[in-house]
Design a protein around this ligand. Structure first.
Ligand SMILES: C[S@@+](CC[C@H](N)C(=O)[O-])C[C@H]1O[C@@H](n2cnc3c(N)ncnc32)[C@H](O)[C@@H]1O
Length: 263
């Protein structure tokens, strides 16, 4: 009698990749290798955008684009809703891994900096602790902005603060006073008010802004003085639709009261 042994399918891997903020070519070489070996590539897209920003960062690269599946990403809302969303996605990915498929998940900028990948990795850890998974880092939006504008992110023992823009401008004023450099992410609709604050503090010339890095409509300002010079004496800083729009997908680099050593 012959016995047939069926070998179980080896599980595939999961890899979370930071693809950089949008400029082509900022994907680490190791991540490109991983991407080329993936059977399924998840590209998160926000409900309000037409296309995945993460996918735009991969343009011009040679990888199996036919394997991309866009998924809606969820950042805001109550914890139960977010938890449920990523638990369901983790179950789906774990199922694919058990079928032997290799799965990549793209995130803009760095993989673990203010990224939904953190939720997904936790959900995968709970859903499938036995399955292989890893995360490869990427270039953050603020690292790219600093490089493009020649803005040092801390010299010597300077204190650098990275935070999402608060609604409370008094809190932001205190943060600027207690740090040498402040990196402001998720500025959004608060930009006009932040510009007013920076103008009051006399810091506009020491700040840089990068909007939609590497994407259509990109704006890079190594100084914000130009925003002031466009306003008439006695007028407040731009607060119309343009200034409001400029805040979205933007990172603001602020140098506080103390000038840099070589400024
Ligand atoms: C959800 S966080 C993602 C951060 C990202 N993981 C990183 O490492 O920069 C979104 C924020 O990142 C910044 N950001 C991401 N992509 C950007 C881009 N292409 N241009 C300017 N800012 C960007 C903005 O501050 C935006 O509000």
């Amino acid at each position: 009698m012959t016995t047939h042994l069926t070998s179980p399918t080896a599980p595939g891997w999961f890899a979370g990749l930071g693809v950089g903020p949008g400029q082509p070519g900022l994907l680490p070489v190791a991540s490109l290798d991983v991407l080329r070996g993936a059977d399924v590539i998840y590209a998160p897209r926000s409900r309000v955008s037409q296309a995945s920003v993460a996918l735009a960062a991969l343009r011009d690269l040679d990888f199996p684009a036919g394997r991309v599946q866009e998924v809606e990403f969820l950042m805001d809302g109550d914890d139960d809703r977010i938890g449920g969303h990523y638990a369901a996605l983790a179950e789906q990915i774990a199922g694919q891994q058990r079928q032997g498929l290799n799965v990549a998940y793209l995130t803009i900028g760095d993989a673990m900096t203010y990224s939904t990948l953190g939720y997904l990795v936790s959900a995968l850890r709970r859903a499938a602790p036995d399955l292989p998974r890893r995360v490869l880092p990427g270039v953050t939006s603020y690292a790219a902005a600093a490089a493009l504008t020649g803005f040092p992110l801390g010299e010597g023992r300077e204190r650098v603060l990275i935070l999402p823009c608060p609604d409370d401008l008094a809190a932001l004023r205190a943060d600027i006073a207690s740090h040498d450099v402040v990196v402001l992410m998720k500025v959004g609709r608060r930009l006009p008010a932040v510009l007013d604050l920076l103008s009051d503090l006399g810091l506009l010339g020491r700040c840089a802004l990068a909007h939609r890095l590497g994407l259509d409509g990109e704006v890079i300002l190594p100084s914000l003085e130009s925003l002031r010079s466009e306003t008439l004496p006695g007028e407040t800083l731009p607060s119309g639709p343009d200034a409001a729009r400029l805040g979205y997908l933007s990172v603001l680099l602020i140098r506080g009261e103390r000038p840099g050593r070589f400024a």
